[in-house]
Design a protein around this ligand. Structure first.
Ligand code: PBG
Length: 336
């Protein structure tokens, strides 16, 4: 057989892909355990871990189990957790008053975790949806046809101070009310918590990918089927420039870290935001992103571990400095 003559190529990009060690040498992006933040759900009492059907492998934990989980995450090199309370419907009302109870579940959880693992960074959501009977992130106006922005912001400021008193490292306003970051910063400073940071859910979209989370915390009522939709405060998925405006407003108001949420379907937004600001950028790989990888894997259609790793790599490559992900623990284990 005649030998094929070699092409006269100066550049052969395949040279850099020859074997694993060459590929490792030229890898532009790495995901480290130190990039990950584990979202965790907490429940009252001494219950056994409660599975969440739409989030395989994720459980609602009582405070004792939560503390154990936080110890393990810390040992695995995961630097931070984000805590979400699941409240009994009995504690919910129109005003979300339980959010201002100094002994409310999430505050007890924060104290327990900070006592047991003080080096772990603890983050808590500032929004009323776990506490309101209607599931909205704020309180309603008199006509009940809108979330009352300014009254909600006042409540969120008090909520943030309670969280700082309990010892959180970052409060994370996830409500998307106008002016909340500035008001929370002023409230924290006035109460002496100048070291408590703000991780702002700055570009939070009105996304269908939050479904499983709403099952997890029982806030599905407000998902948008009723007259008042979360679309009146969360961003329209159609918008990109607006994300930059939101992020710049939050930085101007005092956000230490800004966040884009969801992540996987919003990689362009992550990149845009990364290029627009100098503060660290977080991305939230939300419950629905986690669920869809699991669902396809369960059907045998996708490889769970490879899709998981690729999804996180893509989020980092897009420009995220840190990722909130329900995969945090298993990825950290694998990286060990
Ligand atoms: C609530 C909140 C939501 C999520 C984080 N904080 C849901 C919502 O806005 O309804 C979603 C997270 C996820 O889907 O994993 N303010």
């Amino acid at each position: 057989m005649a030998k094929t003559p070699k092409l006269d190529l100066t550049q052969r990009p395949r040279r850099l892909r020859r074997q694993p060690s060459r590929r490792a040498l030229v890898a532009e992006t790495v995901v480290r355990a130190a990039d990950l933040i584990a979202p965790l759900f907490v429940v009252e009492g001494k219950a056994r871990p409660e599975p969440i059907a739409s989030m395989p492998g994720v459980f609602r934990l009582c405070i004792d189990d939560l503390v154990k989980e936080c110890r393990e995450l810390h040992k695995l090199g995961v630097p931070a957790v984000a805590l979400f309370p699941k409240l009994s419907p009995k504690l919910k009302d129109e005003e979300g008053s339980e959010a201002l109870n100094p002994e409310t579940l999430v505050l007890r959880a924060v104290r327990a975790v900070k006592k047991a693992v003080p080096e772990l960074t603890v983050i808590t959501d500032v929004a009323l949806d776990p506490y309101t009977s209607h599931g909205h992130d704020g309180v309603l106006n008199d006509a009940k046809d809108d979330v009352d922005n300014d009254r909600t912001v006042t409540i969120l400021g008090r909520m943030a101070v309670l969280q700082a008193e309990a010892g959180v490292d970052f409060v994370a306003p996830s409500d998307m009310m106008d002016g909340r970051v500035g008001h929370i910063r002023k409230s924290l400073d006035a109460a002496g918590f100048t070291d408590a940071g703000i991780l702002a859910y700055s570009a939070k979209y009105n996304s269908a990918y939050y479904g499983p989370f709403r099952d997890a915390v029982g806030s599905a009522q407000a998902a948008g089927t009723r007259l008042l939709s979360k679309a009146t405060y969360q961003m329209n998925p159609a918008n990109r420039r607006e994300a930059v405006s939101e992020v710049q407003l939050d930085v101007a108001e005092g956000a230490d870290i800004v966040m884009v949420k969801p992540a996987g379907a919003y990689l362009d937004i992550i990149r845009e935001v990364r290029n627009a600001v100098r503060v660290p950028v977080a991305a939230y790989q939300v419950s629905g992103e986690y669920a869809q990888i699991h669902a396809a894997a369960r059907l045998g259609w996708l490889d769970l571990a490879r899709c998981r790793d690729e999804s996180l790599l893509a989020i980092k490559r897009a420009g995220a400095d840190m990722i909130l992900t329900y995969f945090a623990k298993e990825v950290a284990k694998q990286l060990r």
